[in-house]
Every structure is written in C-alpha cells, then in structure tokens.
Ligand binder design. Structure first.
Ligand SMILES: Nc1ncnc2c1ncn2[C@@H]1O[C@H](COP(=O)(O)OP(=O)(O)O)[C@@H](O)[C@H]1O
Ligand SMILES: [Mg+2]
Length: 334
C-alpha cells in the first residue's frame, strides 16, 4: 500500500515522481574513477559522523538549525549518480526517497513549492535520505526577474527549498547533469560537489564485470571485458543496457536453458546497439531535420532524370556549336 502522503500527491503512476526505495546496491557495485571515489568517500565520512553526532548523540534535537547535509552529484547521464545515492542510503541503513524533479515540476504545476515541503516532511517521517534526481532545474534558477508566473513559481521553489534545508537534519542529494549556474544562495547550502566523470578504460572493464552475477550468470569462455572496455567509450548506464540486451539475446536462442550462455558476440551486439541508439538520439537532438523545401530539393536531386537534366545545357550548347560550325562550313563552300 502506498504511503497516504504519496497518494495525496497523486503519485501512483508507473514511474513515480516520488518513490521510497529500500536500497539494495552498495558501494561494492559502483565503480568510479579515483578522483570521484575520493570525493565521495569524504562525503560519506561527513555523513556518518554527522549521523553519529546529530542523530545518535541527540545533538540534532538541541541544535536544530543549519544541519542538512546537502550534496550535488553532477555529471553526464548514466555515470552512476542515482546508484551512488542508493549506496549512501545503504551505507547509512536508511531508505532512499527519490524525487524525480523534472517530472514533478511539470506534473505539479503551481503546486510545486507546497509539495517540496511535503517531500521534506515525508523524508523526516521516514528518516530517509532524500534524492532530488534530475534536479538541474532547481539548482540553476532563482531569477531576479519575476515577470512570468513560471519564473515566480521557480523562485518560490528555491526559497522553499532553502528554508527546508535550514531545518532538515538529514542527507539531501541533488543529482544534476550540469555543473554550472548554481544560484548563489543555493550554492552556499551545498556541502560538496561530487563530479561524476565518464569512466576510463579500467573502470569500464570493471563495470562490465560487476554487471554480471558472480556465480549465476552463464558467461561463455570467449567473453573479453577488456576488449569491450577498450572498444566502446560507454557510460555505466550504457553497459548496463548492453548487458541486459545481450542476456535477452542469449536467452532467446534455441536449445535447452542449460546450454545457453552469454557469448562475447552477444555483448558486442548489445553495446553496438546501445551506442548506435545514443548516436541517433544525439543527432536528432542537436541537428534539426532539414526543412521540407530542402528535403524536396534533395529528393529531386536523387532522381536519375534530374542527374541527366543537369547535363542538358552542356549538351545543347555542344549541339548549337556543332550546328554553327556546319553552317559556317556550308557558307564557305558556297
Ligand atoms: N559507476 C558505475 N558503476 C557501476 N554501475 C554503474 C555505474 N554507473 C552506472 N551504472 C549502471 O547504470 C545504471 C544507471 O546509472 P545511474 O546511477 O542511474 O546513472 P545516473 O544517475 O548518473 O544517470 C545503474 O543502475 C548501474 O547499473
Ligand atoms: Mg539517474
């Protein structure tokens, strides 16, 4: 049964905008470049000693102000921001309350500030780690211009958020794709920015490995993770998707289950497909399709008759030249 507060917020769709997750994945399953790992370890030290001092030693009750531990996880999609938030909750033995901010804002039009407060209340009740996922929009906006209703609302959201952060004694993580453009007041509340970079070859090799179950996944002897890591500059998210595609393909082959295994070719096909789809996405996002006129012109150019037409003036002038020459010769012969 969904939490009544969640229900009241109308959050019963399949991909919930607010969702409580019991964390299952730990830091053992996250492979990060060394610099990211170090910053994250330091963040974790903050969190655990903060938890000890303010919760278990009870000082949070005596000093209720300015206690929130707010972090910003910044990096491209699929680099492990969400999974790291889960791992932090796991390390603390707490639930993770995930707020998909971008969706929430469009769904809650006009109600966002009120619901941001509700989310903090819920996190407090559940003693959960709060993750504002896909939070670029909140991080970047508190405009001084209040002409538009939309802007006014986003200003209110940030103001509410800042107020909540002042009194919230738990852990709040913002996951953003952009590292820049933080509202200065908001920036002051962020304790640490953790940059999630694209994984290098060594990390990719390990990510391929951790995506498999250590004992249950049937891997054929020809699987070469190093080769895959070297050949494809993929994110962890890409690798995860490729592994799932490969497993589907391997499971779909004929024969008894006992003889089925994931081969190198399955993984290679999987990652190729994933990277291909990403490429198409990027192209359609960044290169606008040609206008109808241009498309028509291109279609006409492709027709063979059109190709021949291009030579028509040359042929005609050749013929004209020839006729003129003949006429000249005939005139001279008279
Ligand atoms: N650094 C990583 N180590 C291991 N697995 C990863 C890593 N990054 C991503 N993944 C895999 O990809 C999935 C999606 O990653 P996610 O944490 O949602 O990325 P982000 O939040 O940065 O978009 C994860 O559930 C995990 O399976
Ligand atoms: Mg994510």
């Amino acid at each position: 049964m969904a939490n009544p507060l969640l229900r009241a917020l109308g959050l019963t769709s399949t991909r919930r905008t607010v969702e409580t997750v019991v964390p299952r994945r730990s830091f053992d399953e996250v492979i990060l470049p060394p610099a990211t790992r170090r910053t994250l370890d330091q963040a974790l030290v903050h969190v655990t000693s903060h938890d000890l001092i303010f919760n278990r030693w009870g000082l949070g009750e005596r000093h209720p102000s300015g206690l929130a531990l707010a972090f910003n996880f910044a990096g491209p999609p699929g680099t492990g921001k969400t999974i790291c938030a889960e791992a932090i909750a796991h390390a603390l033995g707490r639930q993770l309350l995930v707020v998909r901010y971008a969706e929430m804002e469009s769904l809650w039009m006009g109600e966002t500030p009120k619901n941001v407060s509700a989310v903090f209340r819920l996190a407090r009740d559940q003693n959960a780690v709060l993750l504002f996922d896909e939070a670029d929009a909140i991080a970047a906006r508190r405009s001084s211009s209040v002409e538009h209703g939309f802007l006014r609302e986003s200003n209110t959201v940030v103001n509410v958020l800042l107020k909540e952060l002042e009194t919230f004694s738990g852990v709040v993580i913002f996951a953003t794709n952009l590292a820049a453009n933080f509202d200065p007041a908001f920036e002051r509340r962020i304790r640490t920015h953790v940059l999630f970079e694209m994984p290098g070859v060594n990390e990719r090799e390990q990510i391929w490995r951790v995506q498999m179950h250590p004992t249950l996944t049937p891997l054929a002897a020809d699987v070469d993770f190093r080769k895959l890591a070297e050949a494809y500059e993929a994110t962890g998210g890409d690798i995860r998707n490729a592994v799932l595609k490969a497993a589907m393909a391997a499971a779909g082959e004929t024969g008894g289950d006992a003889f089925k295994a994931i081969h190198h070719r399955h993984l290679e096909d999987g990652i190729r497909e994933v990277m291909g789809a990403k490429h198409v996405m990027r192209q359609s996002l960044f290169t606008p399709p040609p206008s109808p006129e241009v498309q028509l012109e291109e279609a006409i150019r492709a027709v063979p008759a059109f190709q021949m037409m291009r030579w028509l003036p040359v042929v005609l002038s050749g013929v004209a030249l020839l006729l003129a020459a003949i006429a000249l010769i005939v005139a001279m012969m008279r």
